[in-house]
Design a protein around this ligand. Sequence first.
Ligand code: PMV
Length: 327
Amino acid sequence: MKSPEFKTISAVAHPNIAFIKYWGNRDQALRLPCNSSLSMNLSGLETRTTVRFDPHLTRDVFVFSGEVVVGPVLERVSSFLDRIRSLAKLNVYAHIISRNNFPAGAGIASSASAFAALALAASHAIGLDLNEQELSRLARRGSGSASRSIPGGFVEWQAGISDADSFAFSIAPANHWDLVDLVCVLDSAHKTVGSTGGHALADSSPLQPIRLAHVQERVDQCRKAILERDFESFAQVVEEDSNFMHAVMRTSTPPLHYWLPETEIVLWNVLNWRKEGIPACSTVDAGPNVHVLVLSEYAFEMENRLAELSGVQKIFKASPGPGASLC
Ligand code: PMV
């Protein structure tokens, strides 16, 4: 039998910042989250990935930033591709070449853009034609937050109750609201406990049920605030939700302390500047770096103020970005 012809396909995807956080899985293997979450894609920051399936290969070959990757990262990519192979009912390995235009450890979750770009490129390269929901569900299997990097702009990931209904969708396009994310890098070292390990610890915190009890109300408040461009309501719920997640992290067994003293300095100053009338708020993911969200007309002033703070090494600036696309 003649083996099928495979095309070389490239895709681009952007990381995202969660306004209402995903922390903890109901099902680790399927990455079904304990709660729904909300985010914004980050334009200007991107992962570009090229995939070609090749019947001559005896295993997947993954090159990231010009280096051949082996070990657990390759295993994670290969088991993600196994899912695509099983959907396509084809047992063929792939060459994957991928590159980010932002550094690892910059406080920007690269797994989201990585698995979103890989889901899109690899599914096309093997001959599947998945719709947005199917792609989002597929990307979720690589990294939960990757499900949110498939649709464009402002995005909600509905937790769902099964693999079939746990996917993300756009609630507003990128041009809906002129928000800017100023990512304050305080420490660019790799985090010790990554989010996959962290999700598994969430249930060990006595505060996780308390976080989950009202998280859907926060999703609803945040969605409404985004749709109505109500910055004050948005700021209040985004900070509250980030604090709930870090309270859970700190009270897990073992505890996860992601913040540095400088993290608190940025959070404290942003709170005070908001009291002065500047529309800015902050949120922190699984690391010490702070994402400061600000209305674009105040971004220049805010960037200057943040650059003066002790410990701020670098600031990345991103606006609402599009979804994943072929390129
Ligand atoms: O998708 P993961 O497994 O990298 O988890 C992301 C976890 C947080 O970034 C802390 C929160 C979120 O919703 O993005």
